[in-house]
Design a protein around this ligand. Structure first.
Ligand code: SF4
Length: 320
């Protein structure tokens, strides 16, 4: 523990990364569910966790949302919202077939990748999709094109091993929430092996993911430990832990203040704090308040970028 203050609690310097927490896509997805409940009345079904955060999901559940994993679990005649991660084309097609009212909360930056996938296949290219197996965004993007047109590349080793039928007709795309550094290494491998590989227009890794990674990188080396607020199934939150660790700083993911491990902080004088794109600011404040029960906390926000992005709501849900 550090030297005690007048209050008897040890000092803790807290470097808080900015930007952190909610991105424009998460904000929009949550508003879509709230407006859908206002418009149609409860319950409104939501296919998959609207965003990967238990606090957000529990709050929406209390307002009248029912979360399910598959469309088959949605009864006839009730509206359904698709999560921010995106869905395979077969899902809205099935909803239409059943006559369900559906609202698509897919982040527009994920939809942009979906359209690129379609265009690459139309151009006769095989897509190498850089992403994490089993993540809903990856399942959704694979479901934009017919089977066989896309291969998942998770690692540099996968990029080294891949044997294409036609090396001159390849394109790569990426999940939006990857590690910027890991992805650059995979892309470099693909470009070395297949110089003609078609790159996406602009970055697929979204602004929120790269800004949050730069922000945590900026504080990590000045800290002895870093807490990232986020869920274990939140890809961008897990990447923030990895980025901090790569700077040589121990980092942990926590979902709520009650997961703070004060033993782990015993010799820490400077702690870094950030939050993944699906974690609300209220959880950051909750963590800081909990730290104050044991430490004399001196907060400093370290801002590496400003964000002013907002996405339009689907037609019919705009404010009156
Ligand atoms: S993390 Fe990026 S892609 Fe995902 S919802 Fe937020 S802005 Fe959209």
């Amino acid at each position: 523990m550090t030297a005690p203050s007048k209050s008897g609690r040890p000092h803790l310097k807290l470097l808080i990364a900015a930007p952190r927490g909610f991105c424009a896509g998460v904000d929009r997805a949550i508003v879509i569910v709230e407006r859908a409940i206002e418009k149609y009345g409860a319950p409104v079904y939501v296919r998959h966790e609207i965003v990967h955060n238990k606090y957000v999901v529990d709050n929406l559940r209390a307002k009248g949302a029912i979360f399910v994993e598959e469309l088959d679990q949605v009864p006839d005649g009730v509206p359904v919202v698709f999560s921010a991660h995106g869905v395979p084309k077969a899902v809205p097609a099935k909803a239409e077939e059943r006559g369900l009212d559906y609202l698509d909360a897919t982040c527009p930056l994920v939809s942009k990748v979906h359209r690129q996938a379609e265009r690459q296949v139309e151009a006769g290219r095989h897509i190498l999709f850089i992403g994490h197996r089993g993540h809903p965004e990856v399942i959704g993007t694979f479901g934009q094109v017919d089977a066989g047109h896309m291969t998942l590349i998770e690692t540099v080793e996968d990029a080294e091993r891949f044997t294409p039928a036609d090396p001159d007709n390849l394109a790569f795309l990426t999940q939006t929430t990857l590690s910027v550094d890991d992805t650059a290494a995979i892309v470099a491998t693909l470009q070395r092996r297949f110089p003609a590989v078609h790159a996406p227009k602009g970055e697929d890794i979204c602004y929120a993911t790269s800004n949050r990674q730069s922000a945590v990188k900026a504080i990590a080396s000045a800290c002895e430990a870093v807490y990232v607020i986020g869920a274990p199934n939140s890809s961008n939150s897990v990447r923030l832990v990895e980025v901090a660790e790569r700077e040589g700083t121990p980092a942990r993911l926590i979902q709520r203040a009650d997961e703070i491990d004060f033993d782990w902080l015993r010799d820490v004088r400077t702690l870094g704090l950030t939050a993944g794109a699906s974690a609300p600011e209220i959880l950051v404040r909750e963590v800081i308040d909990q730290l104050r029960t044991q430490f004399e906390v001196d907060e400093e926000e370290v801002e590496t970028a400003r964000e002013n992005i907002a996405f339009k709501l689907p037609r019919g849900l705009e404010p009156a």
